[in-house]
Design a protein around this ligand. Structure first.
Ligand code: BTN
Length: 255
């Protein structure tokens, strides 16, 4: 059961004990004509996918591994905005359900105290430059104890349980994410990216910080200044020039 008060998001729900990746399950449902808001949740993923071709560790028991199908009638170029929207929804839900000081690292990692607790992977499929559908994949380390996290990643990863000091109800968390998604997506479709960008900026841990950006074009250093209207990160380089980061990883430099 999903603790959500929504009319679309999460209403069509597929729960799986184990699967390769909920992204692939959701994609198969999308191709069969599943409605917007279809949600796939798996207890365990054997081939969990991360951003930039990485794998995503998804053991059974204490995580929340899920993929949400969106069908916005928008240009394909809007997909990065939907990535940021998803990060805002998840961050707000985590803050309210687990009562932790979570923030967003550009574009869409959710961090607590500088450590990652959630990753988001948005995959979009288009036709004639329009979105056919998007699959927002959300992976949250919810109730893992420190020793359940991969040993080589313990210094940069955390879980909601470690940070809040108590177990977090995964169904309540999934429901809260659906509530936030429905509300924010409604605002975005009616009013555009502006209100979502403002919420993202308020939750950001990257803005006004010295950052290093690892982009497909190379490594850049500067200060993260703001988001542009497409969702790209604007960085001021040391010579004062402004540049846009469209894809890649951005880390906040230690002070
Ligand atoms: C990242 O690299 O930070 C993104 C990780 C996204 C992981 C989630 S878990 C649910 C969904 N299914 C997947 O295979 N990946 C996403």
């Amino acid at each position: 059961m999903l603790a959500a008060r929504t009319s679309v998001m999460g209403r069509n729900l597929k729960l799986l004990a184990v699967t390769g990746s909920t992204q692939d399950e959701a994609r198969a449902l999308a191709e069969q004509g599943a409605p917007e808001g279809t949600l796939v949740i798996a207890e365990e993923q054997t081939k969990g996918k991360g951003r930039m071709g990485r794998s995503w560790y998804s053991p059974p028991g204490n995580g929340l591994w899920m993929s949400l199908l969106l069908r916005p009638d928008l240009p394909l170029g809007s997909a990065p905005q939907l990535t940021l929207l998803t990060a805002v929804a998840v961050c707000r839900a985590i803050r309210s359900v687990a009562a932790v000081d979570a923030g967003i690292k550009w574009p869409n990692d959710i961090l607590i105290g500088g450590r990652k607790t959630c990753g988001i992977l948005l995959e979009s499929t288009g036709e004639d430059e329009r979105i056919r559908y998007c699959i927002a994949g959300i992976g949250i380390d919810v109730n893992m104890a420190a020793e359940e996290l991969p040993e080589n990643l313990r210094s940069i990863m955390t879980s909601l349980r470690i940070e809040s000091g108590q177990e977090v109800d995964r169904s309540k968390l999934a429901g809260a994410i659906m509530n936030e998604m429905e509300q924010l997506y409604g605002i975005y479709m009616a009013e555009g990216f502006g209100p979502v960008a403002a919420l993202w900026e308020a939750l950001s841990v990257s803005l006004n910080k010295a950052v290093t950006a690892h982009t497909p074009g190379g490594v850049l250093k500067g200060t993260a200044v703001s988001l542009d209207s497409s969702g790209a990160l604007i960085v001021r380089l040391s010579d004062g020039q402004m540049t846009k980061i469209i894809s890649g990883d951005v880390t906040v430099d230690p002070r």
